[in-house]
Write a protein of this length. Sequence first.
Length: 288
Amino acid sequence: MPVAFAFPRLTASLLALALVVPTAALTTVPASAQEPEFNEVPYADGQWDIGRRLDESQLRYCVDRRDPEWEVAGAVADAIAGALLLEPQRYMVENEVVLENITKVYEIMLEHCDIHMGFKLIPDGYDNWVTLTRAYYEARYVFVTDDPDIASLADLAPGRPIGATIGTSAHVRLVSYLKALPADQRWPTYPMGSNDLALDSLLNGTVDVALVWGPILWAKQRADAAYAGLHVIDSAPLPPTTLGVSALLLSDETFLRSAIDEAIAELDRGEVASEAQVRAAFAKFRSP
């Protein structure tokens, strides 16, 4: 969805999309101080046959349809391209695999995109053959339930189970908190292989609360009435776990990364979107 870029600020340009893009309150992931060694970079079949692109007037970006925020990310990328006076060129990644092989990501980056939208700013979460831009919005992991009597995690009685998407920073924080509690005050926590499994376990009654990435819930609630009765509860006594969402580049694209960071910083002037504003953006794109 192209975005007409007629204003000097991204927030103004995207008012029609109900989207405000945050970044300044987030810590930018620094570029690696050391260039990756040859054997640290993935190998893609036929990579030596992929030449350098000749059209420098385009910003080639990838979005992945498996990502619930791909339409929002596409609108953001279009606006960034406009800020850089480049023509946005979208490549849609089509794959049914839930977890992508990193070699495939490398191949896609070489062949189709200068930037790949939709990567969480996870501290120390990436190898040094890639780098990430500053965030273009911020979201959080949420505790979700269908029990109307539960308004916060503190309302959940000990012994009632939680299904948590495994390996996330929110899951790690929850497990650390539970280890510090006496055994009779803990909630049983079941690690779930994906956000979808955590939410499905909530719907079928296996767990009483699910811990998932917020945008996954918003996308499902727009697409499927089965999730309409779920509501987000306060994470107290735990603090909320938030992460920025950014774009990935190959680490040698230092000039482009700096240009995109400067464009985002100039366009949003440091304004951080509220959760309501980000959810409004999802609703705009996901409306039936």
